[in-house]
Design a protein around this ligand. Structure first.
Ligand SMILES: [Zn+2]
Length: 123
């Protein structure tokens, strides 16, 4: 018994649809994968122990709810809640960027100008 569940692409807000059994809890939809999560494609039998989430390719994998939607072509990730010994695993979030771990000598890591007016009281 499955039913459709919809998600928004975090990049362009295109709605994608997935047939779900419904017993797995969703944790979040993010434009980057969580460290330690294993992702399958929407066509995989993803609701098993091997896969912790689904990697969408917006508009390119046949999951858009509206067939006329082109999507943005970017990947995004649905992550299920994972438990280990009865405790929910908290993903190690990489804030702001998905490219920090590629190399130790990225040219733009030190060039970002300070952001004036960022008071930090908005959340
Ligand atoms: Zn998109």
């Amino acid at each position: 018994m499955t039913y459709p569940v919809t998600y928004h692409c975090p990049n362009c807000k295109t709605i994608v649809e997935l047939q779900r059994d419904g017993y797995l809890a969703d944790k979040s939809v993010t434009p980057y994968p969580f460290e330690g999560w294993t992702y399958g494609s929407p066509d995989d039998p993803f609701e098993n122990d091997e896969i912790d989430g689904v990697r969408f390719v917006c508009g390119n994998d046949g999951t858009t709810r509206d067939p006329d939607e082109d999507g943005c072509g970017k990947s995004f990730y649905l992550s299920f809640v994972r438990f280990e010994n009865g405790t929910e695993i908290t993903p190690e979030q990489v804030t702001g960027s998905e490219s920090v771990e590629i190399s130790g000598s990225g040219p733009d890591t030190a060039k970002r100008p300070p952001e004036p007016g960022d008071g930090g009281f908005w959340n």
